[in-house]
Design a protein around this ligand. Structure first.
Ligand code: GLU
Ligand code: ZN
Length: 473
């Protein structure tokens, strides 16, 4: 049978790292087996579902390249189908109408709790012969078997067994006529021919109920794999309710999809000690058996490490192309400065995110407005005024702007003024980049070009003149 998996998020909050990992596992499993991957939006909880969450799901999956072969299906568009099955179940006696009011249910619950019992619906309406209260509001419940066991072989956790006696008769249609989650999932998985249900461990308790419904419909039972949770750096569970970060925020912060996928896959899945995986490799290697049973902990440090790795190892033109968007968002006009690829080549091993690169590249394209107080007080001083002027004059005369010529000018200046080259380099960094730290300064002078270099020298010279308030000729 052809493998078919699905990602079935409820659009009730941000698509966060936990949900995207479940999606990634389902997607990879389908890809690995040349199967199909379905996207289904479980939106029958009208109060909590919202369209911005739906958008966040689409955006996140698209950004990471987790393409779906079918869907998106929306459960709210399938209500007719659910009703149809419920009617059949009522006729075959697998479901029944429950006329108990919420008040009655609550009273029963409190009584059970006060008697130290586990609260459950005791099934008063299960065997009603006549539907006497025909005008009263009702819910519809599934008639769960009262004896025997439900067992399934979880692909990650092994054999899991529940006693039927512990499962009460589940509501499958609310009093407002809308079917419930546990019911819709079953019908959808069945209609969509899902072979493997890969989802969060919070659904383990729903599984025996869903299996019982499937059995009552004489349907095939899919294979289940319940993935453990991810803890955030404070040891707490990632959850939408706690406002876990939207996956798209990682895009905004300058993470590469390749890095995020590699990071997420390793959060709970392993292949020996291998750390770096390409997507095409994962499509060949991914399996459910190697998923870890215990919880994993998110580590920003590791994600940053991987991101740096990918910035440095993916093709330069690809990274430069992604970087363009970040430059644009920063309102930096890349036409007004050096070639982005050359720049990236020079700088890339210094940064962890594309956003940081964009910030740091600004000075190549724009004049910086303020000098940095700390380094200015140290370097933009009278002592350096003459050196700057001399270098300025020499650079101005140059008719060739090459690395060799520029190196010669700076080296000679160091000898002539008897100042260590290292010191001159720092001075030039402050003048040309606004910071004491930068890659090789000669490359920077080269990439900045003659015009920008000279204008920055001039600016620094004027700055010293003004701030020192000296009349120097
Ligand atoms: N809609 C459920 C959720 O977002 C998932 C259901 C499932 O995967 O079976 O938690
Ligand atoms: Zn009842």
């Amino acid at each position: 049978m052809k493998v078919k998996t699905r990602f079935a998020p409820s659009p009730t909050g941000n698509l966060h790292i936990g949900s995207i990992r479940t999606a990634l596992y389902s997607w990879l499993f389908a890809r690995r087996h040349n199967g199909k991957f379905v996207l289904r939006i479980e939106d029958t909880d009208f109060e909590r579902s919202n369209s911005s969450s739906v958008q966040s799901i689409f955006q996140g999956l698209k950004w990471l390249g987790l393409n779906w072969d079918e869907g998106p299906y929306f459960q709210t568009e399938r209500l007719k189908r659910y009703k149809e099955v419920i009617e059949i179940m009522l006729k075959t006696g697998n479901a029944y109408k429950c006329y108990c009011s919420p008040k009655e249910i609550e009273e029963e619950r409190s009584k059970q709790i006060s008697e130290g019992k586990k609260p459950r619906y005791t099934g008063v309406c299960r065997n009603l012969k006549t539907q006497y209260n025909i005008n009263k509001q009702y819910t519809i419940r599934f008639k769960n078997p009262t004896f025997g066991k439900v067992t399934f072989e979880d692909k990650i956790r092994g054999k899991i067994t529940f006693n039927n006696i512990e499962l009460d008769d589940l509501i499958i249609q609310r009093s407002n006529g809308i079917p419930t989650y546990n019911f819709c999932v079953v019908i959808d998985d069945l209609d969509m021919n899902i072979t493997h249900v890969i989802r969060g461990e919070d659904h383990i308790n729903n599984t025996p109920r869903q299996i019982n419904i499937l059995k009552s419909l004489k349907a095939r039972i899919p294979i289940y794999a319940h993935v453990s949770m991810i803890l955030n750096e404070n040891g707490k569970k990632f959850s939408k309710r706690e406002n876990a970060e939207n996956i798209i925020e990682y895009n905004k912060k300058g993470f590469l999809p390749e890095a995020l996928i590699n990071y997420i896959i390793r959060l709970g899945w392993s292949h020996g000690n291998q750390e770096i995986f390409t997507i095409s490799e994962l499509k060949k290697l991914f399996n459910l058996d190697a998923i870890n049973k215990s919880a994993s902990t998110f580590s920003m440090k590791k994600l940053l490490w991987l991101n740096k790795y990918y910035i440095n190892n993916l093709p330069l033109s690809y990274v430069a192309n992604l970087l363009k968007d970040y430059m644009k968002n920063e309102n930096i006009n890349i036409e007004s400065g050096p070639n982005l690829e050359c720049l990236l080549n020079l700088y890339k091993n210094r940064f962890h995110t594309l956003q940081d690169i964009a910030y740091s590249f600004r000075f190549f394209y724009e004049e910086f407005k303020f000098f940095n107080i700390k380094s200015d007080n140290k370097y933009l001083i009278l002592k350096n005024f003459y050196i700057l002027k001399e270098i300025y004059n020499k650079l101005k005369q140059l008719s060739f702007w090459t690395i060799e010529v520029l190196s010669k000018v700076i080296n000679n200046q160091s000898i002539e003024s008897n100042i260590e080259l290292k010191e001159i380099n720092i001075l030039l960094r402050v003048v040309l980049t606004g910071s004491m730290h930068s890659p090789n300064i000669i490359s920077i002078i080269f990439l900045l070009g003659k015009e920008k270099t000279l204008s920055r020298f001039k600016k620094a010279i004027i700055f010293i003149e003004k701030t020192k308030n000296k009349n120097i000729n």
